[in-house]
Design a protein. Structure first.
Length: 110
């Protein structure tokens, strides 16, 4: 099996899709990241990342109903796949391992 590796923004997007469970589409994902992390996100960067995560098998998408408010276009909803969940667990375990290996004295403020 190939190595599971997530970039920082990929991890944030995957986690946010999980937080929005069932209501994760472009605008809600963007808004959630900006609100929770006080971080500006462009819709272009988000869309590229969503597509990349989907092509890697970490996310899957499905179309919602077309609405008049969206001029007949359906929303594209995202969901974490089993492989995406495995990638998140791997990422968390890797980070935890590094945090646990960090000597306490490195984090002490003067």
């Amino acid at each position: 099996m190939k190595k599971i590796q997530l970039g920082e923004f990929e991890e944030v997007v995957l986690l946010t899709v999980g937080v929005l469970h069932g209501n994760a589409y472009g605008v809600t994902i963007k808004d959630e990241i900006e609100q929770r992390l006080d971080r500006e996100v462009t819709i272009g960067a988000l869309q590229i990342t969503l597509r990349r995560l989907e092509s890697k098998g970490f996310l899957k998408s499905k179309q919602g109903e077309a609405t008049e408010s969206r001029r007949g276009r359906p929303k594209l909803f995202f969901e974490i796949t089993a492989y995406g969940k495995k990638a998140l667990v791997h990422s968390k375990e890797t980070r935890d391992e590094l945090w646990n290996a960090l000597p306490n004295l490195v984090l002490k403020l003067k």
